[in-house]
Design a protein around this ligand. Structure first.
Ligand SMILES: [Zn+2]
Length: 262
């Protein structure tokens, strides 16, 4: 289906032109997104939205920076980026993003977590906390982990980097026992062209020194807080074709390469 304002997968999706986005006021249960995953998959790796502007729309979220220069982690209103070696630094307000999603996070449902041995067990525990009808969730998990497998990407230096270049350059690394914060979103399959369907989580250590895109994790104990998102506002940069939402096998494979690791 063509993407237009309306209900997609149980979420009210609203597109904003660039000029409107800066003026829109965030409210609870509204997630805000810069561009679309389809645009990123097509190699549109530079966006116009600054991190300063992004933070006006939320205090928790994830994404990347222009030219895929690391994994973006937004937590407690602070924008951090995990570099290729897993080291984390603050992102300057004038850095720009080609793809990111944030929300003003308020814990709506909370629960304790114990002995989640892998990514599937962790996300199942979060799913179990959610209201049955919830389509889109934002989550924050503060936990002691035994181990995590993370991923980051180096800045693309080719004039016209392709997704294949970016995928080939990804680096995976392991984190041992430590305290962490995990943030991210669950989006339904119907928004596949706009967002990463399913769970997409980024991790940063409690001391905010190490982080990345979360591929797998073993949690000893922790605390889960979730918020149901009912609105998704997407800022579409000039020149970006919004494309179509819904099931697409080729896109699923590309997202699996880029976001899940193989
Ligand atoms: Zn990611």
């Amino acid at each position: 289906m063509p993407i237009d304002d309306g209900l997609i997968g149980g979420i009210h999706v609203e597109r904003l032109a660039r000029v409107e986005a800066a003026a829109s006021v965030p409210h609870d249960a509204e997630a805000f997104q810069a561009s679309t995953i389809d645009a990123l998959l097509r190699g549109e790796l530079t966006g116009n939205l600054t991190i300063g502007e992004l933070l006006q729309h939320g205090d928790l979220g994830l994404g990347t920076l222009n030219l895929l220069d690391g994994e973006l982690i937004v937590v407690d209103g602070e924008a951090l980026v995990a570099r290729i070696d897993g080291s984390v630094e603050r992102v300057p307000a004038d850095a720009r993003t080609p793809f990111a999603v944030v929300c003003p996070f308020t814990a709506e449902h909370e629960g304790d977590l114990r002995d989640a041995s892998d990514f599937g067990a962790l996300t199942a525990a979060v799913d179990a906390l959610a209201p049955p009808a919830a389509a889109c969730l934002a989550v924050r998990i503060d936990a002691r982990i035994a181990h995590a497998r993370l991923r980051s990407v180096p800045m693309q230096t080719q004039p016209n980097p392709t997704l294949a270049d970016a995928v080939a350059a990804q680096v995976e690394f392991d984190l041992g026992e430590t305290d962490v914060t995990i943030v991210g979103f669950r989006f339904p399959r119907d928004v596949a062209g706009l967002e990463v369907p399913g769970w997409h989580l980024h991790l940063v250590t409690a001391d905010r020194t190490t982080g990345g895109h979360l591929l797998n994790v073993s949690v000893i104990a922790g605390h889960i807080a979730i918020e149901r998102e009912t609105e998704l506002t997407i800022e579409v940069p000039a020149g970006v074709d919004v494309g179509t939402a819904g099931a697409d096998a080729a896109r699923d494979a590309a997202i699996a390469d880029m976001e899940r690791g193989r």
